[in-house]
Design a protein around this ligand. Structure first.
Ligand code: ADP
Length: 369
């Protein structure tokens, strides 16, 4: 007989909250997804409860795992509350640095988000080639594909298979072209991920951050879910980000979303490392004529207007599309091509900002009430 949500809740009846109430009856369980013996769900908490609720999370996970038919159980804690709803810390109060989740990433020096205000602008292609560009500088690099709505790093990097378990809860990242890779696409069917709601997304992503044996990394690149909704905002807030890179195409409509993306990170005090204009212009492979299909220069102008760095322009080019779709990203497979040079130059600027410049803060200054 297949598992149901009722079975999960029944298993959680015996799990008690710190005040003695039953977790199942508390209304805190959210986003229960059951897929082929894998159960993923989240417990809604206030950010300040994170420490006290960790044992509850662990007990809940053990209770679910003990159910017949469960092969894997992942329970996350989610503080799914917009920061504007939180009371401000009193003036002069110490600013807490990140949550316990941040502490759970030892060895990872800088985590950066690659984000876009909307889908389809080339965020994943750019994340992938940026990560490879950073690796080409001799850095130890990982990429976390957090684009739950369309995990594409496995395809972009030509990776198949499942990550190995290297402990009761730790997954080993896959490796390709010298970088470590974890994607929600390795763990669940794409359509299962599609139905997740905000808290589920956050829970799954924070688990991918914390429960992957990343080892020593100079930079972990997070390919964020597109958009600026609650899930993205909470993620930006709960991940110890050293900075964010915004990818946009040049046309006005995309730039409106890019502006929202910049504002979202600024709201949670994550430094903007810069804006990249993707699909900046098209060079005809036959006659060499350059056409600004989506306009040109809009992202640079927007960056200037918003007083954030502009990192570079990547043309709309068949070779970038083909190498991406074939799992042979251009920076890895044609490292001396002009397009790979552009990605590498952007990677150098990002690294310069991370290692010394404006974005050298290793953790966001999240105020926890
Ligand atoms: P997003 O992550 O923003 O949804 P993707 O990176 O998946 O976007 O890119 C969407 C499509 O556009 C893919 O087919 C990809 O190969 C293509 N693409 C992205 N950037 C470029 C580029 N600079 N030139 C040509 N094709 C590109």
């Amino acid at each position: 007989m297949s598992l149901t949500q009722a079975d999960i809740l029944r298993a959680l009846e015996k799990v008690k909250l710190p005040d003695g109430a039953s977790l199942a009856a508390s209304g805190r369980m959210t986003g229960i997804v059951i897929n082929d013996g894998k159960v993923i769900c989240a417990i809604t908490i206030e950010a300040a409860e994170a420490g006290a609720m960790e044992p509850v999370r662990a007990t809940a996970e053990a209770a679910i795992r003990a159910l017949p038919g469960v092969r894997q159980a992942l329970v996350g804690l989610t503080a799914d509350k917009a920061p504007s709803q939180r009371p401000a810390a009193p003036a002069g109060a110490p600013q807490a640095r990140a949550t316990s989740k941040a502490a759970a990433l030892p060895g990872v020096k800088h985590i950066i988000a690659v984000a876009s205000g909307k889908g389809g602008v080339g965020k994943s292609t750019t994340s992938c080639n940026l990560a490879l560009g950073l690796a080409a500088l001799g850095l130890k690099v990982g990429i976390l594909d957090a684009d739950i709505y369309g995990p594409s790093q496995p395809r972009l990097l030509g990776l198949r298979g499942k990550p190995r378990l290297v402990g009761p809860r730790m997954l080993e990242p896959m490796e390709r072209y010298g970088i470590k890779v974890m994607s929600i696409g390795f763990l669940v069917e794409e359509d299962a991920a599609m139905i997740w709601r905000g808290p589920m997304v956050i829970s799954a992503i924070t688990q991918m951050l914390r429960e992957v044996a990343w080892g020593e990394l100079d930079v972990l690149v997070v390919d964020m879910p597109p958009g600026t909704g609650d899930a993205q905002l909470t993620m930006a807030q709960q991940t110890p980000l050293a900075g964010a890179v915004i990818v946009s195409t040049p046309q006005d409509l995309a730039l409106i979303d890019a502006r929202r993306g910049i504002a979202m990170f600024q709201k949670v005090d994550v430094p903007i490392l810069g804006v990249i204009e993707n699909m900046s212009s098209f060079c005809c492979p036959n006659c060499g004529h350059i056409s600004p299909i989506f306009g040109h220069g809009g992202a640079r102008a927007e960056a200037t207007k918003m007083n954030v760095p502009f990192l570079g322009e990547i043309p709309l080019d068949m070779q970038i599309r083909e190498t991406s779709d074939e799992g042979r990203p251009i920076v890895a497979t044609e490292p001396d091509s002009p397009h790979a040079q552009i990605y590498k130059a952007i990677a150098s600027s990002v690294w310069a900002a991370l290692s010394g410049g404006a974005a050298s803060r290793a953790a966001p200054r999240i105020v926890i009430e």
